[in-house]
Design a protein around this ligand. Sequence first.
Ligand code: G3H
Ligand code: 13P
Ligand code: ZN
Length: 309
Amino acid sequence: MALVTTKEMFEKSMKEHFAIGAFNVNNMEIIQGIVTAANEEKSPVILQVSSSARKYAGHRYLMKMVEAAVEETDIPIALHLDHGPDFETCKSCIDGGFTSVMIDGSKYSFEENIALTKQVVDYAHERGVVVEAELGKLAGIEDDVNVAASDAIYTDPDQAEEFVKRTGCDSLAIAIGTSHGAYKFKGEAKLRFDILQKVKEKLPNTPIVLHGASTVIPELVEMCNRFGGDIPGAKGVPDEMLKQAGQNGVSKINVDTDLRLAMTAQIRRVFAEKPSEFDPRKYLAPARDAIKETVQHKIHDVFCSSGKA
Ligand code: G3H
Ligand code: 13P
Ligand code: ZN
């Protein structure tokens, strides 16, 4: 199956009330782990690349690795730019074969975000590429954005309706309480499902995206900490909340931190158990297996996209 856009997978997700995992990729082992899991689960999957990941791996290498993944499987795979910071980066990914881009104008004013998003949408749609935009502000640290928890802003459902109408974006990332990284909540995890519901009432046909949606899986945090330095303040979104989100209108759930934890836990374990190890395959193969296991759990037990390919 060829690389696809997210259009059909999102239509199915909205009709059948499940979510699609969008997993951040940086290298070959991560791509292989994710794609093997999705293929075994017969699930559609989104491979997403941040601009710093694209710089790290190199555009050509990424494209060739994703091409190999597409050739080796028969599931729908979309290649998506995560948190595109500007028009030029989006254009470069669109011209270079990505099937989906995110333009993240959430740091700008409402009107500036609309103007920038519209510019990307016009360019992308002429070339058959779909666009994710963001309205509202998540707390946390990502590529070019560092938002303090006090500056996070929940998405306004009325604004969301106007935003989608005026930009023509294909999907919308909203802020309902998640944040990027390993530390998402001070006390009890809390997501504003009331805002999600209002956004869906205003935009029943727009796929909704949840960023900062790692569970920060306790077993992985524990393993990372057991074999190395502490992960500071780890606290994420519990599986039940993500499941609820998928059943209530969230079509795309973004996961990076959990994959970092899965990979790091195994690599730390290998070195703790055998400090003399120096064959990269001996620590990268268990890391790849752990990515696969983590993704499979999410697809099968949380996002409920197994068999939806
Ligand atoms: O939300 C952002 C992702 O976690 C990507 O992080 O820019 O360090 O690759 P990165
Ligand atoms: P996490 O840090 O919760 O994995 O979020 C990843 C993300 O939103 C990528 O865009
Ligand atoms: Zn994000």
